[in-house]
Design a protein around this ligand. Structure first.
Ligand code: FCB
Length: 456
């Protein structure tokens, strides 16, 4: 049931797995890497479950060749990873660190030698701490520093890398980082959080400029975490709450990236906390942010079902559980139909040149059993349902061009430390042993059929 039809995807469809630098690399204090806001946050008592950190993580930095072989063994044709800014420009701005660049040269060359297309993300949350000390993302200078850093990375890798993602999930970096403080740097200030959102979008635009200048013919886009917003019941009050949620999570980022300025209803809702009221949207910013891109990357895990709740938070709403729905280990509803709906809506409302699912996956408590296997049936079903939903979106007219499973392997799951496993490969964090889970076996076998054009 719900087995995706491998033959419904075009032969050139991109099938990948995704990771990010801080979550897998380790080697946090080696080869000239400076401290990131995540190192600082992890060292702050009470911020990360069990006081864990990314010092070692999956030790990917030292196990690069083996991990590249592992990626190849999955049969994917693309690998999404991120570049760690503190390895490349340790002082945030200024001198570049050759050793850091060479790590990514080896990574890119190793992928290409194995026939795998590299898909780097320039920023997946590991801001150099020195830049946080100078104001962090609420300061416009951080976006300008990002532009310089993007210039360095694209100049170095742009001869070989033809697909670039500028920023990963600005909503998370802005709101979790500066709004509710669950992520680094752990600030709780609504105005800072919305200043951050504007500067991250500005950084995206500057990143697009760097890719255009240094990697001619390459494709570039941003990755947003988007989730359909649904009213709990079909009342005017809940529908209005869902519209506010949609403004917060989706339209706030989509509208300016696609050239429509920020949504006025949400600017009004924010009042003094909006970047407009703070005087941060300078002439020319919106043009930079709206530079044409080649695709939209979407990280999709679930949907939001909300009810009106006057006085609750600045949005006046509350997330609700849906009776009869299944939830993953993060308490996220399994809602594959919402992926199809979201893609069709994006195509209709924003008309991106192409759509990629740049992350999709689920966490469940896994263990390696005595026979050496990880029976992660719920995760396998999750992938089957969501890949089916991608196929449905494609059939419905959305320009779906690729899908990346999150994640290649279990890793450091931010504030949840190593407790939440998302990998299709299990990692034993004591021994660093990697074990392909059943979901990984299923994905590998599915990709054989998809790439041969065989029926499922
Ligand atoms: C996304 C992040 C990714 C990972 C998944 C589970 O928000 O981009 O790094 O943590 O969630």
């Amino acid at each position: 049931m719900n087995q995706p039809n491998a033959t419904s995807f075009p032969p050139r469809f991109i099938w990948g797995v995704a990771t990010s630098s801080y979550q897998i690399e380790g080697a946090a204090h080696e080869d000239g890497r400076s401290q990131s806001i995540w190192d600082t946050f992890c060292a702050t008592p009470g911020k990360v479950l069990n006081g864990e950190n990314g010092d070692v993580a999956c030790d990917h930095y030292h196990r690069l060749e083996n991990d590249l072989d592992l990626i190849q063994s999955l049969g994917v044709n693309a690998y999404r990873f991120s570049v760690a800014w503190p390895r490349i420009v340790p002082d945030g701005r200024g001198a570049t660190n050759r050793t850091g660049l060479d790590f990514y040269n080896r990574l890119v060359d190793g992928l290409l030698a194995r026939g795998i297309t590299p898909w780097p993300t320039l920023y997946h949350w590991d801001l150099p701490q020195v830049l946080q000390d100078r104001g962090g993302w609420p300061a416009r200078d951080t976006a300008l520093a990002f532009g310089d850093y993007a210039e360095v990375v694209t100049a170095e890798l742009g001869d070989r890398v033809k697909h670039w993602i500028t920023i990963n999930e600005p909503w998370c970096a802005a709101f979790l980082g500066y709004g509710n403080g669950i992520h680094a740097p752990g600030h709780t200030d609504l105005a800072e959080s919305f200043a951050t959102s504007h500067h991250l979008l500005l950084a995206h635009g500057l990143g697009v400029q760097a890719v255009r200048a240094n990697a001619p013919g390459a494709q570039v886009g941003i990755t947003l975490n988007l989730a359909g917003a649904y009213p709990a019941v079909n009342s005017e009050a809940d529908k209005a709450a869902a519209h506010r949620q949609d403004g917060f999570a989706n339209r706030w980022y989509l509208d300016p990236v696609f050239g429509r300025d920020y949504p006025q209803d949400f600017v009004d809702l924010l009042g003094a906390a909006s970047p407009q009221a703070q005087g941060l949207v300078l002439p020319g910013d919106l043009e930079i942010i709206a530079a044409p891109t080649d695709f939209l990357g979407v990280n999709m895990y679930s949907r939001n079902v909300v009810e009106d709740a006057p006085g609750e938070g600045f949005l006046g709403l509350r997330q609700v559980h849906v009776a009869g729905s299944e939830y993953t280990g993060f308490d996220w509803e399994v809602a594959p139909q919402s992926l199809t709906d979201l893609m069709l809506r994006l195509q209709k409302d924003y008309n991106p040149a192409a759509l990629y699912i740049t992350e999709n996956g689920a966490t469940y408590p896994d263990s390696v059993e005595d026979d050496g296997t990880v029976h992660d049936g719920a995760r396998t079903r999750y992938f089957q349902q969501h890949i089916t939903a991608v196929g449905d979106a494609l059939a419905g007219g959305a320009k779906m061009a690729g899908y990346f499973a999150w994640s290649l392997m279990d890793n450091f799951e931010w504030a949840e430390g190593y407790d939440k496993r998302f990998g299709i490969v299990h990692v034993d964090f004591e021994t660093q042993a990697r074990t392909l889970k059943q979901s990984g076996q299923w994905y590998r076998d599915f990709l054989v059929r998809a790439q041969e054009g065989q029926p499922a």
